[in-house]
Design a protein around this ligand. Structure first.
Ligand code: SF4
Ligand code: SF4
Length: 128
């Protein structure tokens, strides 16, 4: 298991209509990041502030010029869905997450333990 290399696959896949946000998160944004609330419609993210329509791509995802490296414009305030990713080895395999190494596919228990350690500051451990 490697550290995230910011390949952007997860944000590209889930950043459109694949994210959810809790009422508590929205309430925090209302206080501290009202600019983000403009992209919330009926409790869903991310929507176009002008039309209210669902966006097909996360508006905060930025590609580094001339590199396949992606960053998040709202990293410190991103939704928990984003903070918690990746959660399971199965999900990482499906998404072709580039944190995976060959040996992670043969010993998923060990791989999950390593992933949980990498993610210790972001989410509770996931137990297989
Ligand atoms: S909010 Fe940030 S972390 Fe979440 S999908 Fe968008 S760019 Fe990725
Ligand atoms: S798919 Fe995996 S390696 Fe790529 S940005 Fe997401 S967490 Fe990082």
């Amino acid at each position: 298991m490697k550290e995230c290399n910011q390949c952007g696959k997860c944000c590209t896949k889930y950043g459109g209509d694949g994210l959810s946000v809790s009422d508590e998160e929205i309430q925090l944004w209302e206080t501290f990041r009202p600019d983000l609330v403009e992209y919330v419609q009926d409790g869903g993210i991310w929507t176009d502030p002008a039309t209210g329509k669902q966006l097909d791509r996360c508006p905060w995802l930025r590609k580094t010029p001339n590199k396949e490296i992606y960053t998040c414009d709202i990293y410190m305030d991103r939704p928990d869905d984003c903070k918690f990713y990746p959660v399971t080895i199965t999900q990482m395999v499906e998404d072709k997450c580039e944190m995976l190494e060959v040996q992670d596919l043969t010993d998923t228990k060990r791989a999950q333990d390593k992933l949980n350690k990498i993610m210790v500051d972001s989410r509770p451990p996931y137990v297989l």
